[in-house]
Ligand binder design. Structure first.
Ligand code: SAJ
Length: 406
């Protein structure tokens, strides 16, 4: 039996995927409300194919509880935030989960850490917890790192198809855990050591962060000299060895906007490009805010409350607002004492910010200037409703005449 610890964005789909492929799974989370919701037959976030997978898993007998189980495999998939001051990984949730596992796990069991951690974190924080509990790693308890790689918005597909990395001290244990993941994973599964596995995960997200920063920097250069960044990127990408990403209003989510900081925190005198890239990305919401004021001035607009931000989530077609550029922009706006921007997102049904709308038409009827912060399918399908308004399109998806860009 597998006990999946932490039933969030990664733990839940992983537990469901294993259960629907014949593995006996119990999911554990300390959040009673979340466990009650799952036990009431409801999923806790929206993701394509998740509800179907959930239904299949229930048929296969998956269970959800707040209790840790006595079993032979534990998969720890709890969040790893970063300390905003030191930029280092904050392993407190991983450590707490492993401590709780140690209270129940029998000798011979395997602890798999799926949470993203910086290189050396398992050595520094997780091994001591196991040893302090009187276990010898490799003899009594096996320790493995299997970092998740799935992208929000396409999680179910990527869980099935992405290649995976398994880091283990002992190759035989790595191969054993590989067999467990191979029950559902159709991609290649590479077995390596723990520190390499830790590093690969952080490097993958850092690669993307640096490349997005490059696109954002190009957008700023092009804005400065009135060049069309999208046309330039399109032409450059026709070169066989160039593949530039897209500029945007900022980088959100719990991965790309967080993980690269681990390298900056651990290697401050070495990770220079990464540091600058992260600062560039983090500066984008402010850049958009300035752009809003600039356009308002050009249009002779003075009333901020006639400006509306479309989108609150960190990216399109997900309901996840962690590190969202729109929330960052709103925070920045408050600092400038210019509170009043209106906001709408079809994926967010609760009231989370002031002046928030829950109906697209009502939102649009109350604003003259729309800022497309997130390219949800909904706005793509309703672009004609923006005709006659001032539009700042942060994603280059609107072909109406006179549209502004970042
Ligand atoms: N973004 C841009 N320009 C782009 C692409 C993305 O501004 O060209 C922005 C998005 O709008 C968003 C942010 O970057 O705000 C991150 O979005 P994303 O779709 O690039 O990635 P995440 O954070 O949703 O998921 C990433 C993925 N990592 C990589 O692609 C290397 C995923 O595979 C990881 O599993 C995930 O992080 C994670 O959990 O670590």
């Amino acid at each position: 039996m597998v006990n999946v610890i932490g039933l969030g964005y990664i733990g839940l789909p992983t537990a469901l995927m294993m259960a629907s492929h014949g593995v006996e799974v119990v999911g554990t989370d300390y959040n009673k409300e979340l466990v009650a919701t799952l036990n009431a037959g409801k999923t806790t976030f929206k993701e394509e194919g998740l509800d179907e997978l959930f239904a299949e898993s229930l048929k296969s007998g998956i269970k959800f509880t707040t209790e840790y189980q006595v079993t032979d495999v534990y998969i720890v998939s709890v969040p790893t935030p970063y300390d905003k001051f030191s930029k280092k990984v904050d392993a407190c949730y991983v450590v707490a989960a492993v401590k709780d596992v140690m209270k129940v796990c029998p000798k011979g069991s395997t602890v798999v850490i799926e949470s993203t951690v910086s290189p050396g974190t398992i050595e520094k924080y997780v091994r001591p917890v196991i040893e302090e509990n009187g276990f010898t790693i490799g003899e009594d308890i096996n320790l493995v790192h299997a970092p998740e790689r799935i992208i929000p918005g396409n999680m179910v597909y990527e869980l099935l198809h992405n290649n995976r990395t398994i880091g283990a001290d002992d190759r035989a244990i790595g191969e054993k855990v590989k067999q467990l993941y191979a029950t559902f994973c159709r991609g290649e599964i590479v077995v390596t050591d723990i520190k390499t596995a830790e590093m690969t995960k952080v490097v993958e997200n850092t690669f993307r962060a640096v490349n997005i920063a490059f696109a954002n920097e190009l957008a700023k250069i092009c804005r400065h000299d009135n060049m069309d960044v999208y046309e330039i990127i399109k032409i450059c990408n026709m070169h066989p060895r160039v593949n530039i990403l897209q500029p945007g209003p900022g980088v959100g989510g719990h991965c790309i906007s967080v993980d690269p900081w681990f390298l900056v925190g651990d290697y401050p005198s070495l990770a220079k490009v990464i540091d600058e890239s992260m600062k560039t990305n983090d500066g984008m919401p402010d850049f958009v805010l300035n752009r809003i004021y600039e356009i308002m001035k050009e249009k002779g607009m003075t009333d901020v409350s006639r400006v509306g931000l479309y989108g609150l989530t960190y990216k399109e077609n997900v309901d996840d607002m962690r590190e969202s550029p729109t929330l960052q922009l709103l925070e920045s706006q408050e600092r400038h004492l210019a509170n009043g921007l209106k906001v709408y997102d079809p994926f967010i049904s609760k009231d989370v910010v002031p002046h928030q709308y829950h109906d697209l038409d009502k939102f649009l009827s109350d604003v003259d200037f729309v800022v497309i912060m997130v390219k949800h399918n909904e706005i793509r399908e309703n672009m004609d409703k923006l005709a006659g308004k001032v539009v700042l399109d942060c994603h280059n998806i609107c072909s109406l005449p006179g549209v502004y860009h970042i």
